[in-house]
Design a protein around this ligand. Structure first.
Ligand SMILES: [Mg+2]
Length: 277
């Protein structure tokens, strides 16, 4: 039996098609969930600036989690009372899990001498360089570069020096996260911790003992949220194997890619009450 369902979803490769970024195959399901008041909560490596645009295009209005669990944005008055440990900014209550970007940038600056020419990072790359590295349009690249909490590094040198670099930054208190193309430098935050915190706020708000969290993701950076949720959905990717999970129960794996797989699994779990193992 599912109570007070919350849907936490990765974007790239999950709700958005890996190649085209289209969410069209998920639209009927998004409408269906909206009609029965099940919130769809983006939980993504993308930035606040990117999410403001995307949420409008997708047509979702509630809370969202940015930069791999670095912060949660909750529209002011979405809940009856402001959750503890949040600040108010630009119309949102903001819960932060890590230090601001400037902290990570100053650490990078200190290491530049030691690793001269070995890497580039977002704040010293031109928009054209970011476009080339990501495949984003000029506007999308600008929004992606408007980061608040972490810094993506593009490694240019050898793998062995990169390993040394990774060890150095871990010693400095950085939690590195390897994405498809970039090494993300940030604090000890992840999509799972953010999911747990926000689920708690929903339970308080609704005065219920249990909310059923469903998490959907296609990549390695989704593992923490897939492990933390009541039900984990691994969305099949055309480019990488499904993320490897420790948990053995409550796991679905889609048959279709991206937004089609997203719809397929939520239909089964929420509307057909299909058993899972
Ligand atoms: Mg993804």
């Amino acid at each position: 039996m599912l109570n007070d369902v919350l849907v936490f979803t990765d974007l790239d490769g999950t709700l958005l098609d890996h190649h085209t970024y289209s969410f069209a195959p998920a639209l009927p399901m998004l409408h269906k969930l909206n009609s029965i008041n099940i919130p769809v909560i983006p939980n993504t490596s993308k930035t606040f600036a990117e999410l403001i645009e995307l949420r409008q295009q997708i047509g979702i209005e509630g809370p969202f989690i940015v930069e791999n669990g670095a912060a949660i944005y909750i529209p002011i008055l979405y809940f009856k009372t402001q959750p503890k440990d949040t600040t108010s900014r630009n119309g949102y209550w903001v819960k932060e899990f890590t230090k601001p970007r400037e902290h990570w940038l100053s650490l990078i600056d200190e290491l530049k001498g030691l690793y001269s020419g070995e890497f580039k990072h977002f704040s010293n790359m031109s928009n054209t360089e970011i476009m080339t590295a990501t495949g984003l349009s000029a506007k999308q690249a600008r929004l992606a570069a408007t980061r608040e909490y972490g810094e993506p590094i593009l490694w240019l040198g050898s793998a062995s020096i990169k390993n040394k670099f990774v060890q150095t930054i871990i010693d400095l208190g950085v939690t590195p996260l390897q994405g498809g193309r970039f090494l993300h430098l940030s604090g000890e935050c992840d999509k799972g911790k953010a999911l747990i915190w926000l689920t708690k706020q929903f339970k308080k708000e609704r005065d219920v003992k249990q909310c059923t969290s469903i998490a959907l993701g296609d990549g390695q950076n989704d593992v923490a949220m897939l492990e933390a949720a009541d039900i984990a959905v691994r969305i099949l990717s055309p480019t990488n194997a499904p993320p490897i999970l420790t948990r053995q129960t409550g796991v679905f794996t889609s048959q279709a890619y991206g937004p089609s797989g997203w719809t397929e699994c939520l239909e089964k779990i929420i509307f057909s009450h299909q058993q899972f193992n």
